[in-house]
Design a binder for this molecule. Structure first.
Ligand SMILES: Cc1cc2nc3c(=O)[nH]c(=O)nc-3n(C[C@H](O)[C@H](O)[C@H](O)COP(=O)(O)OP(=O)(O)OC[C@H]3O[C@@H](n4cnc5c(N)ncnc54)[C@H](O)[C@@H]3O)c2cc1C
Length: 474
């Protein structure tokens, strides 16, 4: 069976090119070969038209907040992708635009010989911008394919108010969509001679050995070092999944809110850069749980309901990172408490440097600075405290988005904006009135100490900071 039409959007009226040399798949967000509906759809088109398939993947120095951490994570996946595409008989054109002087029109030049362009449907950040501007200029048919969600985003006609409104719909739809994606065998193998010589020399050869040198040669922010915890790559993502199944799934329901227990999957960086598919994870978890008589509901709630609520939110708003999008009760309560005294405030710089009086909060911020991700439970506490310590709600929002943009490997994601806005009441409900927060949910240090082993976590992060090594790296 082919890729479902519900996953495919045609984004322009341009025709398929007559006499084309290949089909072009532009891998913007789903930087993987397996379980990729965009790649599969492009392969289908290639077979239907008797053409080979070329995959284009780019990484540019102009990527917003481009830095060593993000570049390293993306580049580490490239040799694996190259090997998989070779096995699949597709061509691969990886282009690292190291400086602003380097060519900025590679996609257009590749598209000039393509039957059509197939790319990833993604509701935020750079891919959303590309998908709204490129189709009009590209001159051939342009399709965006949703391989981000288990239940395609198009199955939701409107913005959901909260998890409780989207959950029943997702549950109803799941039996239709929880099924493996059949790989498509390409009939016409790729032939390098199809690439014009001037383009061939622009291609970047990436090997595990040359990655540090490539990163060093890019005009990007070199102050943010690579993560000592997360190595990029579809194979590493798959290892995280295997470890999750074998060692963590059985503990997830009981310990996922205990950061020092490391019972969560750590898959969010890989999901963000599309190095693994949520459908693949969901099926693997469901099947493993059935075979070993484990409960997977709590994990699947996060992976499918919560994550797809975030994609739903992002798809239906114009700017996902603004307080205009929170419900009216949040706006009213913030307006009422905007002038409340803030007994303690910190500048964005102090927050960034993890210089507050709160040892736990400082540890969470250091986890972001060093690992590039904060444990989910403490991430809520992290966000709530930024609200408490900022002079205005707007500044708190800006600080949180900025810190995610720069440091979080899983940042710049529908989950980033949705969860940061959750701290301001999005997808939540009113709670008891209190200063600064009004009816927004509040989280306290005492609560964290009662419910979690804060000392173990603080020790772990101190050790990470001292040694620069993460014993949890896989
Ligand atoms: C202030 C704040 C900011 C956040 N920023 C991000 C972000 O930038 N990127 C990001 O992916 N997540 C973000 N989250 C959500 C959550 O913290 C992370 O998804 C989770 O910690 C990732 O770790 P994991 O992969 O080990 O999660 P697991 O518990 O193993 O969950 C598996 C997957 O389910 C999804 N998931 C888990 N929790 C949530 C949630 N609350 N909402 C939506 N999806 C969820 C993620 O894709 C995650 O990888 C944020 C949460 C808060 C409170």
């Amino acid at each position: 069976m082919g890729v479902e039409t519900e996953r495919i959007r045609s984004l322009n009226e341009a025709p398929m090119r007559e006499g084309a040399a290949y089909v072009l798949y532009w891998s913007q967000m789903n930087r993987r070969v397996d379980w990729n509906h965009g790649f599969a759809f492009a392969s289908q088109l290639a077979n239907e038209h008797g053409l080979p398939l070329l995959v284009y993947e780019g990484l540019t120095c102009t990527y917003p907040h481009a830095n060593d951490r993000l570049h390293r994570f993306v580049l580490e996946a490239v040799p694996g992708t190259a090997a998989e595409l070779k096995r699949a008989r597709a061509g691969y054109f990886f282009y690292l635009r190291a400086t602003r002087q380097h060519a900025n029109d590679v996609l257009y030049r590749l598209a000039a010989k393509a039957l059509c362009v197939v790319t990833d449907d993604y509701p935020v950040f750079i891919a959303a911008t590309h998908n709204s501007s490129v189709p009009e200029r590209i001159g051939v048919a342009y399709y965006a394919v949703d391989s981000s969600c288990v239940v395609p985003m198009s199955r939701h006609e409107k913005r959901a108010y909260g998890a409780y409104t989207i959950r029943p719909k997702i549950k109803r739809e799941l039996p239709t969509w929880m099924k493996p994606l059949d790989p498509v065998t390409l009939r016409r193998p790729w032939n390098e001679n199809l690439l014009p010589a001037d383009l061939r020399e622009l291609r970047t050869n990436v090997t595990p050995e040359n990655i540090p040198g490539l990163v060093a040669g890019c005009e990007i922010d070199h102050k943010i070092p690579p993560s000592p915890s997360y190595t990029g790559g579809a194979d590493v993502a798959r290892r995280h999944l295997d470890i999750f199944l074998e060692k963590k799934l059985s503990r997830y329901a009981g310990e996922s809110n205990q950061p020092s227990k490391h019972a969560t999957s750590d898959l969010s960086p890989y999901l963000h850069f599309g190095q693994i598919s949520s459908l693949q994870i969901a099926l693997a978890v469901r099947d493993y749980a059935a075979e070993h008589k484990l409960m997977a509901d709590d994990f699947l709630e996060e992976l499918i309901v919560r994550r797809e609520l975030a994609f739903n939110y992002a798809r239906f708003v114009t700017d996902p990172g603004t307080l205009d999008n929170v419900p009216d009760w949040c706006k009213r309560t913030m307006a009422k408490h905007a002038g409340d005294p803030r007994p303690v405030t910190y500048t964005p710089e102090k927050l960034e440097r993890a210089e507050t009086y709160d040892e736990l909060w400082n540890a969470t911020q250091k986890e972001l600075l060093i690992r590039g991700k904060i444990h989910g439970y403490y991430r809520m506490y992290w966000g709530k405290k930024v609200i408490e310590w900022s002079p205005t709600y707007a500044q708190a929002l800006q600080v949180m988005i900025h810190l995610h943009d720069v440091y979080a490997i899983d940042g710049r994601d529908p989950n980033t904006y949705t969860n940061i806005l959750w701290c301001f009441g999005l997808h939540d409900r009113p709670w008891g009135e209190r200063p600064i927060f009004g009816q927004l949910r509040y989280m306290s240090l005492d609560g964290m100490k009662r419910k979690t082993d804060t000392s173990a976590y603080i020790r772990e992060i101190a050790e990470l900071e001292r040694t620069g090594k993460d014993i949890y790296r896989i």
